[in-house]
Design a protein around this ligand. Structure first.
Ligand SMILES: *[C@@H]1O[C@H](CO)[C@@H](O)[C@H](O)[C@H]1NC(C)=O
Ligand SMILES: *[C@@H]1O[C@H](CO)[C@@H](O)[C@H](O)[C@H]1NC(C)=O
Ligand SMILES: *[C@@H]1O[C@H](CO)[C@@H](O)[C@H](O)[C@H]1NC(C)=O
Length: 234
């Protein structure tokens, strides 16, 4: 065998090995953020984390591996359970950018555990990389600032198309926007879906769109109101 052929074979083998190591068994990520005031401004209400009311900002819901067929896998590795000590250096950012508003009040651990075990275990990322990737995507999207740049600030009602276009303009990719309803049945901006490549580092155009409650032509972008927290009697 000539030297050239040998080099080619070696290159091929190396490439194949790196493909095996980096290949993830899914096609893209949904990166989902939720508008915290809208989570709370419902008939059901919410519970602020034990650390107090989060910033009036988007919070991360999750980073979900998906197939372009519209399917996904979940709970892929029961052995790989959430271990808070692996993300101890990220806790400050997690509390700020990935708050849990579910009742009863907690420190976020239940939410993060659920997201890791249901979705994170189906990626090729370890726990630290997974959570850090999501935090970095939030920083990169910078949704609140992007909306503000488009003249959209909390506490008012906006044209749905204007909101969508402001996000597309600011982030550079088309979002999917999902709405929920406040206690008076007004439609409000609830979740923003963006898509990322399998490295979870770069936004991409979404290969498929997930469906949710249609928002209608105008949507509320609520502020935190004083009565939005539900005080659960235990
Ligand atoms: C959690 O992670 C820490 C630090 O990596 C490790 O020492 C510990 O054994 C892990 N705990 C479990 C239950 O796997
Ligand atoms: C919302 O904005 C779009 C684009 O600017 C415009 O075509 C549409 O008529 C507006 N809709 C409403 C209900 O104002
Ligand atoms: C909101 O809509 C639901 C279901 O469509 C209805 O049962 C409820 O009475 C409505 N609430 C108000 C305040 O209009």
């Amino acid at each position: 065998m000539g030297f050239k052929a040998w080099v080619l074979i070696k290159l091929f083998v190396l490439q194949f090995l790196s493909f095996l190591c980096s290949s993830a068994d899914f096609d893209f990520f949904y990166f989902v953020e939720q508008w915290s005031p809208s989570y709370c401004d419902t008939k059901q209400g919410c519970c602020y984390p034990i650390t107090g009311r989060p910033n009036e900002d988007f919070g991360i819901h999750g980073l979900w591996p998906e197939y372009t067929t519209g399917e996904w896998r979940e709970f892929c590795d029961r052995e790989n359970s959430f271990n808070a000590s692996q993300i101890s250096d990220l806790i400050g950012r997690m509390q700020k950018d990935w708050p849990s508003l579910a009742c009863p009040s907690g420190d976020g651990t239940i939410f993060w555990r659920h997201e890791w075990e249901k979705h994170g275990t189906c990626t090729s990322l370890d726990q630290h990389s997974y959570f850090e990737a999501a935090l970095d995507l939030k920083k990169k999207a910078n949704l609140l600032q992007v909306l503000e740049n488009g003249g959209i600030t909390p506490g008012k009602i906006y044209n749905f198309t204007t909101v969508k276009e402001a996000i597309q303009e600011g982030v550079g990719y088309r979002p999917v926007i999902k709405c929920n309803k406040d206690p008076a049945n007004n439609t409000q901006l609830y979740e923003v879906y963006l898509c990322a490549d399998t490295s979870a580092k770069n936004f991409i155009e979404c290969p498929v769109f997930s469906h949710g409650i249609p928002c209608g032509s105008s949507i509320e972008f609520p502020s935190f109101s004083s009565d939005s927290e539900l005080h659960v009697a235990i």
